[in-house]
Design a protein around this ligand. Structure first.
Ligand code: PEP
Ligand code: MN
Length: 339
């Protein structure tokens, strides 16, 4: 278990905490050389609330493993990531949109133009698709990456696409501005280590059964290797609920915003699996404090090779983009002023 102290805490604060721990029969060891003043605990404290109540304590992380780069040093700390002329994690909500998979160059070009007009900041599209069934469309591979890069260049949108293994990562680095690590690979630590040194910002999706701690530890792999440009994306988790494809865990959004300095995204397309639910969940995500959303958009969802039922048509995305901008203004303006 780790205790993070407020950055302005003094040596006396640290000493007082260590002595309170000793009295409670808990051994506390300051992690030396750590700028944030972190104390690692051995033994069982009276309770988490007791620890949180000690003067000078900012966070309590019930983890055995070291886990600190993904966490805030101060409540205000925010990571911003510059991609082309847009700042992710900045004042404007980030809109990432595009088809689930790259299927056809001309069609992609058409949808990319429309998304650009609607104010999207990044074009998405998978060329390597991690599909549940081996019989489903697996993506166009390198040819798909070429189409994606061409469409992005032609309309002036940076592109984000998924790497599923180390080989596809090398290709993604050639063509994309942001690499996506999908839910199924969130705990592929060999891949995360390669991504940590790949030089591109990372769009990291939460695993289907990952706790908040698992999710932040996956980000920690990337940060620890020097890649500070990490975005976290909640995309729905597996629960007993069967009315939607996954269960969108919106509660993780304020929790991540509270604990981590990394920008937080929501993908309501994969979470719901239903076109009719996407806009409502995207609006809810922004209201809950997300820095942006990732939305699947297809010009002809009925004919999509992948995830058609959850894909919006370009006009619907245009409308949603407007709503998101408006909601973010309310959230960050009037609501913020009311405290
Ligand atoms: C995707 O974004 O196309 C995708 C496969 O997402 P996830 O990894 O969240 O299932
Ligand atoms: Mn998809």
């Amino acid at each position: 278990m780790l205790l993070f102290l407020h950055p302005d805490s003094t040596d006396q604060t640290g000493e007082a905490i260590l002595s309170a721990l000793r009295e409670a029969g808990v051994e506390g060891r300051p992690i030396t050389g750590h700028p944030r003043r972190v104390i690692r605990l051995r033994g069982a404290p009276p309770s988490l609330d007791w620890l949180r109540g000690l003067p000078g304590v900012m966070h309590v992380i019930p983890a055995q493993r070291p886990f600190h780069l993904a966490l805030k040093e101060t409540p205000e700390q925010k990571t911003t990531i510059r991609v082309a002329d847009h700042t992710i994690g900045g004042a404007e909500p980030t809109l990432i949109a595009g088809p689930c998979a790259v299927e056809d160059g001309d069609e992609l070009m058409t949808v990319a133009k429309s998304l650009k007009r609607s104010g999207a900041h990044l074009l998405r599209g998978g060329a390597y698709k991690p599909r549940s069934s081996p019989y489903d469309f697996q993506g166009l591979g390198r040819a798909g990456l070429e189409m994606l890069a061409r469409a992005g260049r032609s309309v002036g949108l940076p592109v984000v696409t998924e790497a599923v293994d180390e080989r596809s990562l090398d290709e993604v680095v050639e063509f994309a501005q942001v690499v996506q690590i999908g839910a199924r690979n969130m705990q592929n630590y060999a891949l995360l280590k390669r991504v940590g040194t790949c030089g591109l910002p990372v769009f990291l999706k939460r695993g289907l059964a990952a706790t908040l701690e698992d999710f932040l530890l996956a980000a920690e792999y990337l940060l620890e290797l020097g890649n500070n440009d990490v975005m976290l994306c909640e995309r729905g988790i597996r629960t007993f609920s069967d009315h939607s494809r996954f269960t969108l865990d919106l509660a993780i959004v304020p929790r991540l915003q509270e604990l981590s300095h990394l920008p937080v995204f929501v993908d309501p397309s994969h979470a719901s699996g239903r076109r009719a639910s996407v806009a409502a969940l995207a609006r809810a995500a922004i209201a809950a404090g997300a820095n942006g959303v990732m939305i699947e958009v297809h010009p002809n969802p009925g004919h999509a090779l992948c995830d058609g039922p959850q894909s919006l048509e370009p006009e619907a995305f245009d409308h949603l983009a407007e709503e998101i901008r408006l909601l973010a203004t309310v959230r960050d303006g009037q609501l913020a002023e009311k405290g």
